[in-house]
Write a protein that binds this ligand. Sequence first.
Ligand code: PMP
Length: 361
Amino acid sequence: MTTTTIELKPSSNPLSDAEREAILASPGFGRHFTDHMVTIKWTEGRGWHDAQLTPYAPLSIDPANMTLHYAQEIFEGLKAYRRPDGSVATFRPEANAKRFQISAHRMAMPELPVDVFVAACDALVQQDKAWVPAHGGEASLYLRPFMIATEVGLGVKPANEYLFLVIASPAGPYFPGGVKPVSIWLSEDRVRAVPGGIGFAKTGGNYAASLLAQAEAAAHGCAQVAYLDAVEHRWVEELGGMNLYFVYGDKIVTPELTGSLLAGITRDSLLKLARDLGYEAEEGRVSIDQWKRDTENGTLTEVFACGTAAVITPVGTVKSAGGEWTQANGEPGKVTLELRKRLLDIQTGAADDPHGWVHVI
Ligand code: PMP
């Protein structure tokens, strides 16, 4: 087959308009799924084959499926937004496709060609376009491309067959009541990723490893966890599902990509957009002592987190076993809000797209 040919086998029984509209009125996050999914198989010796768009349905999995035992799994996350003219666009899907290849390589899985990844996302969005919420209000259709091993067996080795899938789920606005700072629990002993490990890959194990610290954060009244590097327990890396930015007046700094944090596409976009807006934007190292000290001496004016889900989230209170401090009096900062609006305006088509990031479907 030519890998980009996706055979369309749409559902003869999609949800009614009324049922879909009822879901879109209050979608939450990741709770409802659209009528279809895309699947593409990979078999050793044959490569990618049998690309299909079919009705969304459960998978039948052998109990000895390798993914269930050894976690050879990777995923991506990107959003489709409704534009003012009614068309629909995703944001930098090629960047997700490239990161998917990087994750695949690290997990000893086959690399899906970038154009096939993008074509699979496009096919699903095209088919389920009615599921993309209306323009305005920050609601979107969240796309979840992922890949699992499908070989059956208990030997520990890279599998000889895989399944790539794309599913889609409508997502409500992250901050329905207006942008609010998030509170952060600083995990000083539990780490998320180690040098030479899998931190830069978007693979389920990294998220499984983060859940206990996440539960500790919740027990301390915090919504997110900030991780430090695993060697010195000193350098700030990222949150469980978002990258971090530190705002020093007109200069913004984000932790450099050491290999143990995820190269966020929002993070990368903001380095460029901040420079467009006249800020100095750089990658560097920020220690936890510096974070606390510079907040207290007033030079660190704002801190925000960024990622596909929330776009940009201001950081409010930071709590750790050794004490707590609060950024920007617990209010969303000026730079944080300016960058958030700029990026969201490009993503939703409310502003033009100077970097050619928007992919209209
Ligand atoms: N770090 C982690 C660990 C994440 O899971 C995510 C979400 N993909 C991010 C950062 C932000 O990445 P992106 O901007 O590409 O969504």
